[in-house]
Design a binder for this molecule. Structure first.
Ligand SMILES: Cc1cc2nc3c(=O)[nH]c(=O)nc-3n(C[C@H](O)[C@H](O)[C@H](O)COP(=O)(O)OP(=O)(O)OC[C@H]3O[C@@H](n4cnc5c(N)ncnc54)[C@H](O)[C@@H]3O)c2cc1C
Length: 296
């Protein structure tokens, strides 16, 4: 269920089709007294490395049916449910002539994941569109959180960890449908030239260090300059095409993939005195396995 094709076993997988399903699964979690480390929300699985050496008590995912789009002409906003896949959202927005969603073309996953990650490209990010989100927390409380409250940053939506995002209200700007379609197509095809899309991955491994846009010292440039393109542990490999991507060449395990992440982190730290911050969500690892990040 993840883009990188690595993950553990869910003892219970809930694919929620409605808010009523969410209420039920929250009750189930309470009744089973599952600890935090045994439970997580999976969006499209496009930005996660999940430890496959263990299993999980409960994994929650919003179904594709959580995808309604409702336009409010008075406020020129759209309420969009968080289970919608981003490529579909881009298509739906383009069909309606809504400008501004195109940057998500080629950013796989769901709207919920894009909100949590504040997914984006260059200066464009999900929270530039989102005004507020709706969700439900694991106590069963409905939550509405505004952009001002969360103050999202680079690849950080700052959504509280206990909130299941169910919908977002987005600002809508009407543009020319032909131009919108064309931009989305250009963005998607430029990725095919620069990213190793023939292999499963989770996209970028590390966030760019601050100031990277002016210095050119992006995470990928640093890993590349450290000579690590092609570095391989088992079937996990630092891509030869884009050094910030780690690809699964076949049957990579979470340990293989984490070993590549650790090596890249340590070599870049030692050569450039820069401590990269993972962008990929590392799920289900013991604190000792992630201790290498603690010197940050
Ligand atoms: C080939 C490729 C290219 C990529 N390019 C980009 C890019 O250009 N820019 C970019 O920003 N990212 C990129 N990514 C990463 C990924 O597409 C984004 O981070 C995406 O937004 C993740 O969405 P998701 O639904 O798959 O989230 P997941 O990976 O499933 O989850 C990410 C986090 O969000 C949480 N989450 C997901 N849904 C919910 C919800 N409904 N409620 C609460 N928490 C939730 C998860 O628990 C997890 O912590 C790329 C990935 C791949 C594989």
């Amino acid at each position: 269920m993840t883009y990188c094709k690595i993950g553990g076993v869910a003892r219970v997988l809930c694919i929620a089709e409605s808010e009523a399903d969410l209420v039920e699964v929250i009750e189930y979690r309470k009744a089973s007294a599952l600890p935090d480390e045994d439970v997580f929300v999976l969006g499209g699985g496009a930005n996660m490395l999940i430890n496959d050496a263990r299993d999980y008590g409960l994994v929650l995912k919003l179904s594709q049916r959580f995808n309604a789009i409702r336009y409010d002409e008075t406020t020129q906003t759209a309420r969009i449910e968080a289970g919608i896949h981003t490529p579909r959202l881009v298509r739906e927005a383009a069909k309606r002539g809504w400008d501004g969603f195109q940057f998500l073309a080629g950013v796989p996953g769901s709207l919920g994941g894009a909100i949590v990650m504040n997914a984006g490209i260059r200066e464009l990010s999900t929270w530039k569109l989102v005004i507020e989100i709706e969700g439900i927390d694991w106590n069963g409380e409905r939550r509405t959180l505004t952009r001002e409250e969360l103050n999202p940053g680079y690849r950080k939506g700052n959504v509280p960890a206990d909130v299941i995002v169910t919908a977002a209200t987005c600002a809508v700007h009407v543009g020319d449908p032909d131009t919108i379609h064309a931009t989305a197509r250009t963005l998607s095809s430029s990725r095919r030239e620069t990213q190793p899309l023939q292999f499963p991955s989770w996209g970028s491994t590390f966030m760019n260090p601050s100031g990277a846009s002016s210095t050119g010292r992006t995470a990928g440039a640093l890993v590349d300059a450290a000579g690590l393109k092609g570095y391989r542990v088992g079937d996990a490999q630092i891509s030869e095409v884009h050094a910030n991507f780690i690809v699964n060449r076949g049957n990579a395990t979470a340990a293989d993939a984490l070993a590549c992440i650790r090596h890249a982190y340590q070599v870049v730290r030692d050569q450039f005195e820069i401590r990269l911050e993972p962008e990929v969500c590392l799920v289900g690892f013991a604190p000792s396995e992630l201790a290498f990040l603690e010197d940050r």
